[in-house]
Every structure is written in structure tokens, then in C-alpha cells.
Design a binder for this molecule. Structure first.
Ligand SMILES: CC(C)NC(=O)n1c(-c2ccccc2)cc2c1CN(S(=O)(=O)c1cccs1)CC2
Length: 233
């Protein structure tokens, strides 16, 4: 069994990704608001809109720090951001949700999200996803790399130079694979389970699109940034 070791270059790449991931966090006060006094469905929805909007801003900053991203074709940069925004948001949500929170906070957070006007048929897969990510107990490096890998998915709609995106994504996948072996030696299938989450994420795109249409009929307002990244209105 060959000894798995992270090369110097891989260690440098990982440090860059983790640094970017740490630098661009959603301000705690925004998510803390969700835990405060009793909100109505309308107010919960507005809070989620605010949190989701700040997450998109965080996502753009993180993406700009992914080595090589800014040297991609500019149209492709936009296509990758728009194509991954919903998945990156649900991945980040799952990571926020599975974080150790003070007693009872997770329940309050869950309650707020359930009472935010999101239709039931979307809530179930959403919380199933949060749970399946939580069960993995991902370390920060894995979370950051998985987010970067999601963003650098070559086959998003309208991406022209897919090979250029593959050349960026490939080393990240290799690095994540090594990390998983080193972090979870007793669980050889751990890396496969992580990639399985990305497949589950893609199904959430579909639910999210359904959700948007149902909200539009109940004339829910979104911010200009969310409208732009989600191609609505
Ligand atoms: C942390 C950010 C990325 N999470 C977030 O915005 N959440 C969270 C969430 C999860 C854990 C902790 C804090 C918040 C639950 C949901 C969303 C967003 N969406 S949404 O984008 O469809 C939406 C936008 C406007 C109305 S609904 C619905 C469900």
C-alpha cells in the first residue's frame, strides 16, 4: 500500500483555498438574527433572503480567490458562478447547520426555516441533505475543497472552455481524495461518500427552481443580486 502524502504544491493549494474559505464567512450577526425573537413567516422569509444575499457576495469573493479562476474566460467565470450558486448555498447552509451550536439553537434555526413560506415538498429534501452532510463530520479543509470543486464543475450550462475548468478542478479532486485518506484512514469509502453529496446537491437545484416559481406566484420579493444569480424576474 503506497504511502499517501500531500506534496508541497498541494499543501500550498490547500492553504490558499482554506484561507479564502475562512476569510469569506457569512457575518455571524446575520445568521444570529435567525435565532432571535419570534418572527412571522414573512419576517423569516425576509431574513433568509438577507442571509442568502450575503452568501452570494461571500461566494463571489471566495471564488475569486480560487487559484486560476480569474484567468479563465470572463464569460465562463460568470457561467460557473451562476451554475453553482444554488449548490454552493445549500452546501454552505448544510455546513452552517451541522456546526456545533449552543443548546437548542439548531432546533430554533430549523423551526425558522420550516416557517419561512418554503413549500413542504422542498423542506424535506433540504433537511435530508443537511442531515447527510452533518453525518460526514467534514473538517474545514474538506468543506472548503468541496465548495471549490462544486464551483469548478466543467459541465455547467454555457461554459465554453470546459477543459480549462477541468484543469483547475482536477488537482482539487486529487487533493481532496488524499485528504480523505489521511483524515479518515479507517473509512476507505469516505471520499466516495463526499462526492455522493455533490450528486445529491444537483437534485436540490431542481427543487430550488420549483420553489422559485411557487414563490413568484405568491409575489415574494427577492434582492436584485438573487434575481441576477438565479435568473428570475
Ligand atoms: C447560510 C445561507 C447560505 N443559508 C441560507 O440562505 N439558507 C438557509 C440557512 C441554513 C442554515 C443556516 C442559516 C440559513 C436555509 C435556506 C437558505 C436559503 N434558501 S433560499 O436561497 O432558497 C431563499 C432565499 C430567500 C428566501 S428562501 C432557502 C433555505
Amino acid at each position: 500500500k503506497e504511502k499517501v502524502a500531500i506534496t508541497k504544491e498541494q499543501d500550498a493549494l490547500m492553504k490558499l483555498i482554506v484561507e479564502a474559505y475562512n476569510k469569506h464567512q457569512i457575518p455571524q450577526d446575520v445568521t444570529k438574527k435567525l435565532l432571535q425573537e419570534q418572527y412571522s413567516t414573512e419576517e423569516n422569509f425576509l431574513l433568509l433572503t438577507e442571509i442568502a444575499t450575503s452568501q452570494v457576495q461571500v461566494l463571489v469573493e471566495f471564488t475569486k480567490n480560487i487559484p486560476g479562476f480569474l484567468s479563465l474566460d470572463h464569460e465562463d467565470q460568470i457561467a460557473l458562478l451562476k451554475g453553482s450558486a444554488v449548490e454552493a448555498m445549500f452546501l454552505r447552509s448544510a455546513q452552517v447547520f451541522s456546526r456545533k451550536m449552543p443548546k437548542g439553537h439548531t432546533e430554533v434555526l430549523e423551526e425558522r426555516i420550516r416557517k419561512s413560506g418554503i413549500s413542504e415538498e422542498f423542506i424535506t429534501p433540504l433537511f435530508n441533505f443537511y442531515k447527510s452532510v452533518g453525518e460526514l463530520h467534514m473538517v474545514l479543509e474538506e468543506q472548503a475543497l468541496l465548495t471549490a470543486i462544486t464551483i469548478l464543475t466543467p459541465d455547467r450550462p454555457y461554459v465554453r472552455d470546459q477543459q480549462a475548468v477541468e484543469r483547475l478542478q482536477e488537482p482539487m479532486v486529487e487533493l481532496l481524495k488524499k485528504l480523505c485518506v489521511l483524515q479518515h484512514p479507517q473509512e476507505p469509502q469516505y471520499f466516495a461518500r463526499l462526492l455522493g453529496r455533490l450528486t445529491e446537491l444537483r437534485t436540490l437545484n431542481h427543487y430550488h427552481a420549483e420553489m422559485l416559481t411557487s414563490w413568484r406566484v405568491n409575489d415574494h420579493k427577492f434582492t436584485p443580486l438573487l434575481c441576477e444569480i438565479w435568473d428570475v424576474q
